[in-house]
Design a protein around this ligand. Sequence first.
Ligand SMILES: CC(C)(COP(=O)(O)OP(=O)(O)OC[C@H]1O[C@@H](n2cnc3c(N)ncnc32)[C@H](O)[C@@H]1OP(=O)(O)O)[C@@H](O)C(=O)NCCC(=O)NCCS
Length: 171
Amino acid sequence: MPFAQPWTEAPAHQLPRTTAAYYWSTRASFSPSNWTLDLVVRFNGEIVGVQGFHAQDYLVVRTGETGSWLGLAHQGRGIGTLMRQAICVLLFDHLDAVEITSAAFLDNPASLAVSRKVGYVDNGTFREQRRPGELARSRKLLLKPDRFVRPEHPVRVDGAAPLRAAVGLDK
Ligand SMILES: CC(C)(COP(=O)(O)OP(=O)(O)OC[C@H]1O[C@@H](n2cnc3c(N)ncnc32)[C@H](O)[C@@H]1OP(=O)(O)O)[C@@H](O)C(=O)NCCC(=O)NCCS
């Protein structure tokens, strides 16, 4: 259970509904002052996971936090690195981001490795509750454009103009 919100603890029969409800809620509450962009990840046409970004007061702070997951069968094949690089290209090159943050439990080596490979630097550790009554330690991570390790192949971005308008960057 690698998430700040223990959503994967839900019984299997409830998970589809609660997962959909979460994504519906982020769409319904999307506004320039507080938005979450969850982008579906496809590999060879198959939906394999989600790469997200959450921002509060973005027009002022120009930063926010990435978050992601891949289905178990799709982990450990480099997809997580590529999708993180892709959203960082979108944020730095098309949405005027100045910094991007992330966080991961210290016992989540795959997520920490992706952050390191993409150029994020350590930004301190903190203590938080993982499951009810369970203490966990997490690492904050910070990426600035000059440290960003771009993907080997160029990323093509479609749909940036309406997104810029939706988050308040353009009229
Ligand atoms: C985190 C996640 C998105 C990463 O995606 P991924 O496709 O598995 O990651 P990649 O294959 O691109 O890279 C993983 C890196 O972690 C490394 N890694 C994985 N397990 C490791 C371990 N136990 N010890 C050390 N390194 C490890 C891999 O070696 C790889 O680095 P390398 O390419 O230098 O060899 C994916 O694993 C996932 O969905 N995990 C569950 C959900 C999650 O943790 N989300 C993030 C919450 S903060």
